[in-house]
Design a protein around this ligand. Sequence first.
Ligand SMILES: Cc1cc2nc3c(=O)[nH]c(=O)nc-3n(C[C@H](O)[C@H](O)[C@H](O)COP(=O)(O)OP(=O)(O)OC[C@H]3O[C@@H](n4cnc5c(N)ncnc54)[C@H](O)[C@@H]3O)c2cc1C
Length: 401
Amino acid sequence: MDFSLSNEQRAWQMTARKFAEDEIKPITLKLDEAPDAHGTFDWDVIEKGSKFGFRTMAVAKEYGGEGTDYVTQALVMAELARGDSSISKTFSQNWKWSHLIQQACNQEQKDRFLRPFVADHRYLLGKGITEPTAGSDNRMPPKDAPKAGLKLRAERKGDEWILNGEKCFIANAPVGKLFFIDARTDPNAPLRQGTTMFLVPYDTPGFRIGKVFNKSGWRFYRNGEMIFEDARVPHANVVGNVNTSDMKTAQAGDRTGGDLFGDLELAANALGVCDDACEQAMKHAKSFKQGGQLLIEQQHVALKLNKMNMLTEALRSYVMRIAWEHDHKVHSANAGLAMNFSTDVIQEVTEINLDIQGIGPGLRHAEKLVRDSFIWSHLAGDSVQRLKVAQRLARMAQPGH
Ligand SMILES: Cc1cc2nc3c(=O)[nH]c(=O)nc-3n(C[C@H](O)[C@H](O)[C@H](O)COP(=O)(O)OP(=O)(O)OC[C@H]3O[C@@H](n4cnc5c(N)ncnc54)[C@H](O)[C@@H]3O)c2cc1C
């Protein structure tokens, strides 16, 4: 494996680094302090970043996007996350779902949705799977209850599907213009065989956004409820075949299939946060004296700095490796393992940073990073993912695999 960067990859990395310094870092703490979920978002930074290509970098050049490879996406993700991991994630959520449009949608759907997405700096994408009573069950349906999982119902009437039900925690819901929605089209079949994926524009009749969640971490990233009350979606918006949602998602980069883009994206995002935490901790340790001695000269602090950097560099190697594997279509369990590793590393590294900062001037920032890091345990079902990766490793260990 060769991890040396091309000139183009280096240029993307440097542009993202400068954007994080100039445009993200100055606003991140202020937005984080907003008292309610409506004050934490800023269209200005999204529009500016979009003009650099950070919203559309996973879209192929033939559709007007940037057509970057996975290594570039990982590099940009890590750099933007050095500024704020919830702003980087707001950009990369669009990479994830534009990968899905390109891989799972038919030509007519690509033309109808990708081109307006690329043209509009305020066009964000999302995907609704989770419901008030179905989170982990969608990722790993229980063996003894195969019909468990999402309940949002879609029934066909002529050329339309009528959707009724509710989604929750959906990223970009309050600000998005287009959503993939998983709905039950055969309530009598197990989840995997009875679910269909639909493309649902934000102005679909009968569809509205409910509550916007006021989270403790990743406050910029907007999560909301989606309410469907006889929402009318044309049959032309069905993605692939009816009752095949899970297969399409797995092929295209959601996590249900294994070593996929969502895992790389989260691991690279965690790397940026760890870089930021290491930098902040070192800066403080080199400038703050305690008991007449700089922190860096105190052995117990030096050991903590060593650990932060050791874990961060191990994560960097893992992120680069899985990005390389994605670009070279190498299939392994590594992306899932790297995502789980990144959860452990980001939480440990940000906690050590908080410890080193003490009551110093970087305390507020360090405390935010710790709150942000706990999102990794929840948003992608980290513990269920660990079980799924273990199952995958067991399959791979079978003779003849
Ligand atoms: C910031 C954020 C963004 C999100 N964005 C989206 C989005 O865009 N679209 C979307 O559809 N959803 C989204 N989600 C929802 C997310 O996918 C769910 O939170 C996740 O699937 C877990 O579901 P849950 O919250 O219902 O937890 P539960 O399923 O209730 O699980 C609670 C805990 O029990 C553990 N657990 C559950 N079942 C098992 C089991 N069988 N074995 C072992 N442990 C188990 C879980 O790992 C978890 O720790 C988002 C969540 C967050 C926090």
